[in-house]
Design a protein around this ligand. Structure first.
Ligand code: ADP
Ligand code: GN1
Ligand code: MG
Length: 342
């Protein structure tokens, strides 16, 4: 794909430079340099987000809420409109594009440099949940209704696997062995044990923006998946991304402690007793779920997650399942950590 100058020009005059940003698996992201100020331009993957305008509406609600809070230590990117005042632009092939302010002097990390980066992420996620703990979750649109509903991913996997001619023995056996954890969070939600809250949906490490100089987190970005959900999805996703030691596919307990302690310090003002009980199950479930999603996509021919080679989603799935196995082996230590921060 060429650089989208004709799209960037819909949002600003005198666009001079466009550079690809990040390495997301769903949308396409660009940094645009224009006469007034730089901005971030994104093509929303309409196969994943069928109603992209709901994303912009959610961002507006979040920004209004956070701006009237005293003492908020995070900012969210503001949406930009097109030169004709539209919240997004639809191109000739039907794709949706949106733009946001660029938060200057920041960087995102692919791996933690030090334990304090983990503490920062734990604080920022807890602070994000706390800032929105008094916003009614049903004011937000559900931009991706089946997102993080693990039993739906399992059903899809079973349907695809039944028709598929390929199978990976490690993945197939892992799924059979761990299938029993699939309904843990959804059942607790349906029983009313766990409340719906405003969640980020995708708080992996590179969605936290660190101030380049002060090394503190100043923003949480990639807010397409913000919706009513369980904070557990976010806790599991943040930990599976930050605590994953890639060389060995093991779960780093020290990093987990560095994240959970400040997270729970922020979250204790709103978290219910039952919500603590489901933290370990969530830490175990979310990598299992992501492995299931990657593996199903591999079996389906890589339609959802971008790949650079055909086996990449299989390798990603194996990495998540091995991480889940490492978490399972450390269950008592992880549960003890959660208890110690209660
Ligand atoms: P993706 O869906 O591709 O992950 P993101 O919204 O996370 O898209 O953006 C990709 C990267 O671009 C981020 O990891 C971050 O480094 C940078 N980025 C995105 N939005 C902003 C912003 N508003 N200000 C500064 N940097 C940003
Ligand atoms: C996708 O595009 P990206 O990397 O921000 C996915 C997440 C996965 C992640 C794995 C909407 O996010 O759920 O955890 O890949 N987002 C969506 O890298 O499916
Ligand atoms: Mg991102």
């Amino acid at each position: 794909m060429g650089l989208p100058f004709h799209i960037a020009n819909q949002f600003a005059a005198n666009v001079s430079v466009i550079t690809p940003l990040g390495n997301g698996l769903i949308n396409d992201t660009f940094l645009v340099t224009a006469a007034v100020s730089p901005f971030v331009l994104q093509r929303i993957n309409a196969k994943v987000f069928p109603e992209p305008k709901l994303i912009t509406e959610n961002l507006l609600i979040l920004n209004q809420h956070v701006k009237q809070k005293e003492g908020a230590q995070l900012r969210l990117p503001d949406s930009l409109t097109t030169l004709t005042g539209q919240s997004y632009f639809q191109d000739e092939s039907g794709d949706y594009w949106r733009a946001q302010c660029f938060i200057a002097n920041t960087e995102s990390l692919e791996t933690l440099n030090k334990l304090d980066d983990g503490r920062q992420a734990g604080f920022a996620l807890g602070h994000f949940h706390r800032l929105f703990s008094d916003l009614k979750p049903n004011l937000l649109h559900d931009t991706l209704p089946s997102f993080h509903i693990t039993p739906s991913y399992l059903m899809r996997y079973r349907a695809i696997a039944d028709q598929s001619h390929t199978s990976d023995p490690y993945c197939a056996e892992f799924i059979d062995r761990f299938e029993y954890i699939t309904p843990l969070l959804e059942t607790a939600k349906q029983l009313g044990l766990l409340p719906l809250r405003v969640i980020h949906g995708d708080p992996k490490l590179n969605n936290f923006l660190f101030d380049k100089h002060a090394k503190v987190i100043v923003s949480l970005i990639d807010l397409d998946t913000v919706k009513p959900g369980l904070v557990h999805y976010d806790i599991g996703d943040c930990l599976r991304s930050c605590c994953h030691c890639l060389a060995t596919d093991t779960f780093d307990l020290e990093v987990c402690a560095a994240i959970l302690e400040p997270y729970l310090r922020e979250a204790k003002v709103f978290l219910l007793a039952a919500e603590y009980d489901y933290i370990y199950p969530a830490i175990q479930l979310i990598p299992f779920e992501l492995g299931l999603r990657f593996y199903t996509d591999y079996l389906e021919g890589n339609r959802y997650f971008k790949v650079t080679e055909p086996e990449q989603n299989l390798q990603r799935a194996i990495g998540q399942f091995r991480l889940c196995a490492s978490i399972t082996a450390q269950e008592s230590a992880i549960s003890a950590l959660v208890c110690s921060f209660r």
